[in-house]
Design a protein around this ligand. Structure first.
Ligand code: FEO
Length: 389
């Protein structure tokens, strides 16, 4: 890869990771990702904004091979996929000083053993002159760690946003244009990374809205040359608005819970309620997380193993609780063999969800006429609740 000029003396110098398929040993990356770094050459000083994942350090070294001097390395975020390459750049450029938020300094020392004497912290709104270009630092905590900040380059009207507003997608194009596939990837990324901090995302969006920029240059995915598109989409995802959508994560051991789920899907569809169902032994949890961004209701389809929920249901319920989606209603349905504590155990797993539990429909063995009647009543109730949203 070669440096790619974005504006006069401003270059993308990152690495595209086409083959990565898992992040944090947890999050599927069906479309790969990129680790974007940016070189800004002012008339007096040169700054590198973010580095790359250590796995791609050789790519960054090649990108910077012709750069004589780096005065500042701006560490917008201390996580390894952006800061992991910083020690290598510091070794290549012993003159370089790391610029970061006070909280990031602590994390960079803890996680990467960066020497404290080579770190300079900057406050919210503080500026750093590169001569004819200025870096203005805007603290935007919790997108995605507590120390994160963005960097505004007013002379070129660029906002460098790091994780914030990013997308996990590998592309040869430098710019997003108006490609729906990028917004789709950004929604997945928001769901998996940012959704737990939705209220803080709202505040950070308001904060950056006060700046005037033509480009948003994140540290994952392409650069937004139509920034209003990603801003409006993220504002919608982070808003309090929910859709007429029911999400059903479920699994079935001998088919009974699956019959209940299918019956409920049909009953809801008849009533004009959209449903997305996710079979938990095969599903992509990123797709499930995306559905949870907008859904009003979650129906958990949980068969009983011994006395409690199937382990896959435990796992996905724990994940939903951690992601803190803006769900309004929850329902538990499922089949059991002889006795069950599914409802008590699942209820105990979702303390972070501010949901009203509408109903539970459990059946012993295969579902029968009485179970189907209960599911019809449940579909009526969900339709009524959604109509009132
Ligand atoms: Fe892309 Fe939170 O790191």
């Amino acid at each position: 890869m070669k440096p790619r000029e974005i504006r006069n003396h401003v270059y993308w110098v990152g690495a595209v990771d086409w083959n990565r398929r898992l992040f944090d040993s947890l999050i599927p990356l069906p479309d790969g990702t990129s680790y974007n770094a940016y070189l800004i050459q002012g008339s007096e000083k040169t700054a590198l904004v973010d580095a790359v994942d250590p796995a791609m350090i050789e790519v960054l070294k090649r990108q910077l091979a012709d750069v004589d001097r780096i005065d500042y390395i701006v560490a917008q975020h201390a996580e390894q996929d952006h800061a992991g390459g910083i020690p290598f750049v510091m070794e290549m450029h012993p003159e370089a000083v790391v610029i970061c938020s006070p909280k990031a300094k602590e994390l960079l020392i803890d996680h990467l053993e960066i020497p404290a004497e080579r770190v300079k912290t900057v406050g919210d709104g503080e500026s750093l002159s590169l001569g004819d270009k200025t870096l203005q630092f805007v603290h935007t905590p919790w997108v995605h760690w507590p120390e994160t900040m963005t960097t505004y380059l007013p002379e070129d009207r660029i906002l460098f946003s790091c994780d914030f507003l990013g997308s996990h997608i590998a592309m040869s194009d430098l710019y997003a244009g108006e490609a729906p596939s990028v917004i789709e990837a950004a929604k997945r990324y928001y769901a998996e990374i940012m959704m737990p901090f939705r209220k803080i995302v709202q505040k950070n969006l308001s904060k950056i809205r006060s700046l005037e920029f033509d480009l948003i240059a994140p540290s994952h995915g392409p650069i937004y040359d139509h920034p209003e598109q990603i801003l409006a989409a993220t504002e919608d995802w982070a808003s309090d608005r929910v859709s007429n959508l029911v999400v059903i994560p479920y699994i079935s051991m001998h088919g009974s819970t699956a019959i209940m789920v299918d019956y409920l899907v049909a009953a809801l569809a008849e009533r004009g309620v959209t449903v997305q169902k996710f079979e938990l032994s095969t599903t992509d949890i990123g797709k499930l997380a995306m559905a949870l961004v907008d859904a009003a209701t979650i129906v958990i389809g949980a068969p009983t193993v011994h006395m409690g929920p199937h382990p896959n249901v435990f796992s996905v319920t724990h994940l939903a609780n951690a992601l803190r989606p803006k769900l309004r209603y929850a329902v538990i349905i499922g089949s059991y063999g002889w006795n069950t504590k599914v409802v008590e155990q699942i209820s105990g797993l979702i303390p972070n969800l501010s949901v009203e539990v509408l109903s539970t429909v459990l059946c012993k063995g295969v579902p029968k006429a009485a179970t189907f009647a209960e599911l019809e009543t449940l579909a009526d109730l969900i339709q009524e609740k959604h109509a009132a949203l």
